[in-house]
Design a protein around this ligand. Sequence first.
Ligand code: G3D
Ligand code: MG
Length: 182
Amino acid sequence: MSERDFIFKICICGDFAVGKTSLIKQYIEKQFEKEYKPTLGCDLFRSDIDIEQDAKKIHCRLVFWDIAGQEKYLQVRPLYFQGCRGALMVYDTTRPETFQNITDSWLKDFKGNVREDTSYILIGNKVDLEESRLVSTDKGRELAKKINATKFIETSAKTGDKVKEAFKSLVIAILKQFGEIR
Ligand code: G3D
Ligand code: MG
C-alpha cells in the first residue's frame, strides 16, 4: 500500500454564533490542540485523518482556521483565506440571515481570495433545534446546487449528528481535486 502525506488548511466560514467553533470541537473531540493567534484573530486547531482508498493510504493533517469574534470585519478575510485548501460554509438553520450571508458575504469573499478549484461544502447547523427551524432542508439543498458546493449536509454540533461525515467528505473532495483519489 502506498502512503502519502498532506497538510491542508481548512477555513470554517459563517456568521457569529452559527456554531463554527462547536463543530470543530465536536469533530476533534478531546484530542484537540488549540493555539490562539491574536494577530490573526483566529484560533488554529489541528487534527489528523487517514483516508484509505484505491489501495492507497493517505495521511492528512488538517489545520482548521477558526475566525474568532472577527466575523464581521471584511478586511481580515484575505489573510484568513490565504492558502486555504477547503472550506465549510456554515449557517444556522434557525437564523435565515446567516443563510443569506453565505451568498451575500462569505462565498463572495472566499471566491475572491482562493484558487478557483478550492472545494467547499455547505453546512446547515443546529438541526437539533427542530422547533425553531426557519431554513428548510430544501432551501439548503437548493443553495448548495446554486453555488456549486461539493456537498450539502445538515448537522448538529450539539448532538454530533453528521459532524464527522461533513469533515470527512470535505477531505475527500480536496483529495479528489488534487487527483489523489477518484
Ligand atoms: P461560532 O464559533 O460560529 O461563533 P459557537 O459559534 O460554536 O461559539 O456557537 C454559538 C452558540 O451556539 C453556542 O451557545 C453553542 O453552544 C451553540 N451551538 C452551536 N452549535 C449548536 C447546535 O448544533 N445546536 C445547538 N442547540 N446549539 C449549538 P452558547 O450558549 O454557548 O453561546
Ligand atoms: Mg467561534
